[in-house]
Design a protein around this ligand. Sequence first.
Ligand SMILES: Cc1cc2nc3c(=O)[nH]c(=O)nc-3n(C[C@H](O)[C@H](O)[C@H](O)COP(=O)(O)OP(=O)(O)OC[C@H]3O[C@@H](n4cnc5c(N)ncnc54)[C@H](O)[C@@H]3O)c2cc1C
Length: 522
Amino acid sequence: MQEVTTDRIVIVGAGLGALYAALKLAPLPVVMISPEPLGEGASSAWAQGGVAAAMDAADSPENHAADTEKAGAGTVDPVVADLVTREARKYILDLTTMGTPFDRTVDGDYVLSREAAHSFARVVRVKGDQAGAEIMAALIDRVRETPSVQVLQGTMAVDLDVADGVVTGVAIQDADEARSAPIMLRGAAYLMAGGGSGGLFALTTNPPRIRGQVIGMAARAGAEIADAEFVQFHPTAMDVGEDPAPLATEALRGEGAALINADGERFMVDLHPDAELAPRDVVARAIFAQTQAGKRPMLDTRDVLGERVKTQFPAVADACARNGIDPAKDPIPVAAAAHYHMGGIATDHGGRATLGGLWVCGEASSTGLHGANRLASNGLLEALVYARICAEDIAASVDVATTADLVDLRFTAGGLAPDAKAVATLRQTMTDLVGVVRTGDGLRAALVTIAELDAAYSDSRAFQNMCATATLIAAAALIREESRGAHERADFPNTLSGPGQRSKMTLTEALAIRAEAIKDLT
Ligand SMILES: Cc1cc2nc3c(=O)[nH]c(=O)nc-3n(C[C@H](O)[C@H](O)[C@H](O)COP(=O)(O)OP(=O)(O)OC[C@H]3O[C@@H](n4cnc5c(N)ncnc54)[C@H](O)[C@@H]3O)c2cc1C
């Protein structure tokens, strides 16, 4: 394989975690691997609700940490929850300084939305549902004026090279895998910020690139993966036949929007004291049950928002308009869709993976903040906090040159794109058998299908990475014989008593569980 060596720190990904880390590393030279033009292809730009932070004088980081731990169902690392929530305010102020136009009251205070399982209105927002797009736009402007950041647009990472437990390179291809053979890029340090795994499921709110590839790549290289079984399903993805499914932000329920079914029944009222504002996993399971029963769940914004939904929630209004829905007159059909992966590459409190030379931030990581269920709007916050932590740790522990030449990659032909049908089968298998409600038999069947696909389409590294993450999710879900947070086992409906253990697994261990499942079923 062709090799290129650089003095730059290599950042894989170009979402919020990657951009913020690049800015915090400046003036140290970085090269960012960005499959799409900056601002596209990342979940970050699609975030609607905003960033959670205790900004209200009556609120406190302690309340925020307590809500985070409660939502996480006994598996949150309290040290991480304390650290992240204590710092949250600082990041809102920093993003404001960087140019994010957060919504303000006439008195200049931040407008705060209330989201599920938060004991306070605590979510800082922009233009109603535009938080992700506006934060990203502000950071992209800053990155463009930062000379230490080189962006390699139109490229993707497919492999890590490891020697004696230390990462020594990352294999880069054209973002269209079919168009080039990989080049091994050797840098000063490696920061993985490649997002989560939602798109591994057929029904998802995540952009098409977010399919667990970066988690899978690290797992194939030997990094430990934590909490893989914990995937959050968003209760109110719009059920309008689009892939990915557009999101109807939780802030709508915070404004009082109701969940009804085809019989007009407000089904959450009998299920939970907080009704529509019950924790996300509770609402997702209720929506899933309504869908399974053929009762067509819908989000009704008519009474509480009327025409205002069109100006206050422009992303929702656009998606409705595209699909011929007038939310002032019609309830919006919804379904539970894979949304956020609490699991990911295991990190310590410094953002370090279990392989040397490798740091991770954002949704690709599993820091211990989210446990079995992420508290709404803690995702962007975690990406910011750990981007800063990783940047500082890299700067303190790696001898990085202060300047570096631009990286010049000249790709040659030789790649192979993942087979579209195989990807579709993998995604449908994940939704059908590893989705909102799981069973041992279903998970074993999923592992068999994943193994078959993995073997049949092993030429594509991108597909191998997806299969690795899918294997880890299904294997971890199979061995967790209880229901906890977002992980619901129909055959093990109870939560085991005592504090929940976080799962930690290497790909080798997951493959052994997969082999066992194949033996059981054949
Ligand atoms: C519709 C939606 C709404 C959301 N709303 C909120 C919200 O209101 N508040 C909140 O806190 N969180 C929200 N989330 C979650 C939040 O957006 C994400 O957790 C967060 O943005 C993750 O940031 P990141 O930088 O880790 O990943 P991303 O922003 O997803 O960026 C990942 C980057 O990695 C790149 N990449 C992927 N594969 C490769 C590869 N093989 N090689 C190189 N690069 C690669 C992608 O192209 C992208 O640039 C939402 C998510 C979605 C999908």
